[in-house]
Ligand binder design. Structure first.
Ligand SMILES: C[S@@+](CC[C@H](N)C(=O)[O-])C[C@H]1O[C@@H](n2cnc3c(N)ncnc32)[C@H](O)[C@@H]1O
Length: 232
């Protein structure tokens, strides 16, 4: 497998509107486990999100753009509640197939809507923290810039976009590690395709540069975190 360059052509099975709905639902459910194992949000919560929410000194509004099955924002909401931090949490995704899975995680202060970043921006919505997980690598160059600009326009504080850092080691480890979780889902094929579509840190910094000032960090092994300051 050549991973020296980004594979922009490869498409993920879950991005096909006609993909098997049962496998898609199983994939969205199991993202919870996969994201806990690989996404690094526990560390990002402790190092970035928690200090930021504390610094506000008031209840925050937090938005997850492209929330999929909603597990990342649900986990962050639980972590913040455990730390005594009050906030209002909203997950949005334009894919109506994701919403039934996400809405099972709804609770006090946590809701989900079927809307994309541009439409939400058009509503004049504003949040203290806007984040995403595993959205950037799905997007075309134009979509990436629009998504990044939308996220800055929706935030009056911090913007955090987390994604995979492409590497041969990540590919090899994922190919082996995903085996017990993959049956009945798209996790194996789509995870490997995701890694092929993903950026390296310098590539992501270049790709985002027309859409404002971003810093691309490496918060955990095989992870990227694009950090921006909201403009709202
Ligand atoms: C691989 S999924 C990631 C789901 C979830 N964040 C996770 O980590 O499991 C990428 C999601 O981004 C959503 N998406 C794509 N463009 C978007 C946009 N402009 N605004 C909001 N969501 C978008 C897609 O519908 C898709 O559900």
């Amino acid at each position: 497998m050549m991973l020296g360059t980004r594979d922009r052509q490869v498409r993920e099975l879950m991005d096909d509107p006609d993909c098997d709905p049962a496998r898609l639902a199983a994939t969205l459910h199991r993202f919870d486990t996969v994201n806990r194992l690989i996404s690094g949000w526990g560390r990002v919560y402790r190092r970035v999100v928690r200090p930021f929410l504390r610094s506000l000194g008031r209840p925050a509004r937090v938005l997850d753009l492209g929330c999929g099955g909603g597990d990342v924002i649900a986990r962050l909401a639980r972590l913040a509640a455990d730390d005594g931090l009050r906030a209002e949490w909203l997950g949005v995704d334009p894919d109506p197939r994701a919403l039934p899975v996400a809405r099972r995680r709804s609770g006090a202060g946590l809701g989900f809507r079927c809307v994309d970043s541009t439409a939400l921006r058009g509503e004049g919505e504003r949040f203290d923290l806007v984040l995403s997980n595993h959205v950037l690598h799905h997007l075309s160059d134009d979509e990436l810039l629009r998504f990044a600009e939308d996220s800055l326009a929706l935030s009056s504080g911090l913007v955090l976009h987390a994604d995979i850092a492409r590497s041969r080691t990540a590919y090899a480890l994922y190919a082996v590690g995903i085996t017990p979780l993959a049956p009945g889902t798209f996790l194996r094929t789509d995870g490997l395709r995701s890694i092929r579509r993903s950026y390296r840190a310098d590539e992501l910094a270049d790709a985002l540069s027309p859409a404002g000032a971003w810093t691309v960090r490496r918060p955990a092994p095989f992870r990227l975190l694009a950090v921006g300051r909201g403009r709202a």
